[in-house]
Design a protein around this ligand. Structure first.
Ligand code: NAD
Length: 352
């Protein structure tokens, strides 16, 4: 039976398919924008410059200093570049770090954003911005942060390294796993979550052996769109709290941390959310935690937090921080159980 629900749908315009990068100019015209500042990380500067050349007079310049966790110092510099270039729009070309910079600019000056997403992190379809200042990461949610236009061109993901494709794909799946048991879930978010995970599961199996398979790359990007959409639509729980703690307080890398923690957080909630997680048991087989662990292992994903540089002596503090101001979770967040979860994730042990 469908029970009562409230669903705030995030309005975005999505262009999907190989070759859609060529639509950026038309989309700028559609938005009534005349000069776009193109954003990227240093490693994707060449792609950003190529796009600027393609746009000709519609490009106001390239700012290629986007960095992980959206440091406010970088945003301040980018705001100055935006003003100096006479830009009236941003085009973010890249993954969550570059998209975060575009969102940070739009949050401050309400400029329209076009995002060309090149990883599976999902930030492009959420009204959420995480930014860092003086070592502290804060998260803000606001309609201004949501990009107006998202372009998913699978051609741009053909060279996303296999290891990054795997961790980024598992990062996307983590959004959808938590969306399935979210307190504020609805029938559409649950449908998108299962379909997003299915698409990524099938696509990642191909990408690890044939990274340039355009069909698999398209399916992975489709899955990441669905998983990002549910991240933007419903609340996240223990898994995201754990990853925010490990990333924010111990500086662990974003996608890898999500990839390692996911089987353990799913196992933690397996019994309390048995009904809503059943579709994933069907997809991965056996117990949800074990099934996700075996899947990650089969892809060659990192499995142990100790391999990311976290010290065993830090696990007590990590558990203390993770249970402070907990997000709503289907199973009560208990300190000892969370400490055990972290131990297994640190060891790289298969969830029980
Ligand atoms: P990223 O954006 O940091 O990218 C990692 C590296 O890969 C960068 O050097 C990037 O230039 C490069 N890269 C990206 N796409 C590539 C491609 N197709 N080919 C080759 N290289 C490529 O990594 P990410 O995991 O996408 O993003 C992580 C960041 O996003 C974190 O700061 C996280 O907090 C944030 N995030 C935010 C949200 C949100 O809704 N606010 C959601 C997910 C992630």
């Amino acid at each position: 039976m469908i029970t009562s629900f409230t669903y705030d749908i995030n309005p975005s315009r999505i262009l999907f398919g190989p070759g859609t990068l060529s639509c950026v100019g038309d989309e700028l015209n559609r938005l009534g924008a005349n000069r776009a500042l193109i954003l990227s990380t240093p490693s994707q500067r060449a792609d950003a410059q190529k796009l600027a050349e393609q746009l000709g007079p519609l490009a106001a310049g390239v700012f290629a200093e986007a960095a992980m966790h959206t440091p406010v110092s970088v945003t301040t510099k980018a705001m100055a570049a935006f003003e100096a270039s006479g830009a009236d729009c941003v085009v973010a070309l890249g993954g969550g770090s570059t998209i975060g910079l575009g969102k940070a600019i739009a949050y401050r000056n309400d400029t329209p954003q076009i995002v060309v997403a090149t990883t599976y992190a999902g930030s492009e379809v959420t009204p959420i911005l995480g930014q860092t200042e003086d070592g502290v990461k804060t998260t803000v949610r606001h309609p201004r942060i949501l990009p107006e236009v998202v372009i998913y061109d699978p051609n741009l993901t053909l060279e996303l390294p296999v290891a990054m494709s795997v961790t980024s794909g598992l990062n996307a799946m983590a959004h959808a796993v938590e969306a399935l048991y979210a307190k504020d879930r609805n029938p559409i978010s649950s449908m998108m979550a299962v379909e997003g995970i299915r698409a990524l599961r099938d696509a990642l199996r191909v990408i690890v052996t044939t990274p340039a398979d355009i069909a698999a790359r398209s399916d992975a990007l489709y899955g990441s769109w669905l998983c990002g959409s549910v991240l933007g639509a419903v609340g996240m729980a223990l898994h995201h709290k754990l990853c925010h703690t490990l990333g924010g307080s111990f500086d662990l890398p974003h996608a890898e941390t999500h990839a390692i923690v996911l089987p353990h957080s799913a196992a933690y909630n397996a019994r309390a959310a048995a009904d809503t997680l059943q579709p994933l048991v069907d997809l991965f087989g056996g117990s949800i935690g074990g099934g996700l662990y075996d899947f990650a292992q089969s892809l060659g994903a990192p499995l142990a937090l100790k391999d990311l540089g976290l010290k065993e002596a830090q696990l007590d503090l990590a558990a203390d921080l993770a249970v402070e101001n907990p997000y709503w979770n289907p199973r009560p967040v208990e300190r000892d159980a969370v400490r055990s979860l972290l131990q297994r994730a640190w060891d790289g042990a298969r969830p029980e």
